[in-house]
Design a protein around this ligand. Structure first.
Ligand code: IPM
Ligand code: MG
Length: 355
């Protein structure tokens, strides 16, 4: 077996945590001999600076020819004034769309010993293990019409939230399969009391439920889901949502684990090709200081090994290595520690090699 992985460091803390991911790939390769090889390409603001586009043609071509992609982060205040098409975020959104990565999986776990780091009281989060399944290439992020126009001498701007039955069904199937493999509970989040698009969402998800008799489906309005996540997150196992709602709920979930620096993600197409990235974003406030938490990135490497390379033993070993360094109390400032990015990455590599 051989697999080619495209590394897309991007902006802000992206390149810093990518260094640790690459070290982990070296360690995984020498321990498991998976035939991994990797290359780099530019994306986001870094790509705009070097090539005049946040998603250069060369990057897209390399992405299409890779088994899997690993991304750091995109964005930064220095590019906020650029036209929308040239902004760093556009590079990531276009990549997701071009590769058909419709399913975004965001596992949210409160690891034993880390309950104290949560923004919520410890007893409310102990043992939390949920999965957010977010639709990623439709909805209000991508639908037409969108834009800005002049009406009565004033500017107005508009976006459209649109989903077809087929788009809802394909993400619903994936969420049901995930729920069936977990505890069998799936909660679909929408705003069906107000939005037509959500009413269709609810109807389609309910129809797909017939194919999964072992899964118990519930529905929740997104405003209530946000409140319930903050009040009693343990009630959830798998949460399914449209693009924008999933974006918002996953940051809230990050606060529940204590740090968004712990949240990995996978964005998959129908065939299991995937883009793996930490949920934390570019974090310009701490970029360049060597204190970014590399754990979300390392856990993204684990997801890559599991979902795109069918290497569950290697994936489990990487996860265990990250948990091991946490158990040893080694963590970056976001979790109340004083370790550097490199120290945490190094400890995980040592733990993997010793396992
Ligand atoms: C995320 C991010 C992106 C999104 C941004 C960077 C475009 O917030 O992956 O959650 O909104 O999808
Ligand atoms: Mg987000």
């Amino acid at each position: 077996m051989s697999a080619s992985i495209l590394l897309l460091p991007g902006d802000g803390i992206g390149p810093e945590v990518m260094v640790e991911a690459e070290r982990m790939l070296v360690a995984v390769e020498s321990r498991f001999g998976l035939g991994l090889e990797w290359h780099r390409a530019a994306i986001g603001g870094a790509a705009f600076e070097a090539h005049g586009s946040p998603l250069p043609a060369d990057t897209l071509e390399k992405a299409r020819n890779s088994t899997a992609l690993l991304l750091g982060a995109v964005g930064g205040p220095q590019w906020d004034q650029l036209p929308r098409e040239q902004r760093p975020e556009r590079g990531l959104l276009a990549l997701r769309k071009e590769l058909g990565l419709f399913a975004n999986l965001r596992p949210v776990r409160v690891l034993p010993g880390l309950e104290g780091a949560s923004a919520l009281r410890e007893e409310r989060v102990r043992g939390l293990d949920l999965l957010i399944v977010r639709e990623l290439i439709g909805g209000i992020y991508f639908s037409q019409p969108r834009g800005e126009r002049r009406v009565d001498g004033e500017r107005e701007a508009y976006n459209t939230m649109r989903y077809s039955e087929a788009e809802i069904r394909r993400i619903a199937h994936l969420a049901f399969v995930a729920a069936a493999e977990r505890s069998g509970r799936l909660c679909s989040v929408d705003k069906a009391n107000v939005l037509e698009v959500s009413a269709l969402w609810r109807e389609c998800v309910s129809a797909v439920a017939a194919d999964y008799p072992t899964v118990q489906l519930s529905h929740m309005y997104v405003d209530n889901a946000a409140m319930q996540l903050a009040l009693a997150p343990l009630q959830f196992d798998v949460l399914l949502s449209a693009n924008l709602f999933g974006d918002i709920l996953s940051d809230l979930a990050g606060a529940i684990t204590g740090s968004i620096g712990l949240l990995p993600s996978a964005s998959l197409d129908q065939q299991g090709h995937g883009l793996y990235e930490p949920c934390h974003g570019a974090a310009p406030d701490i970029a360049g200081q060597g204190v970014a938490n590399p754990m979300a990135m390392l856990l993204s490497v684990a997801m890559l090994l599991r979902h795109s390379l069918a290497a569950p033993a290697a994936a489990a070993a990487v996860e265990a290595a990250v948990h091991r360094s946490l158990e040893d109390g080694l963590c970056t400032p976001d979790l109340g520690g004083s370790a550097t990015t490199a120290e945490v990455g190094e400890a995980a590599v040592v733990a993997l090699s010793a396992s």
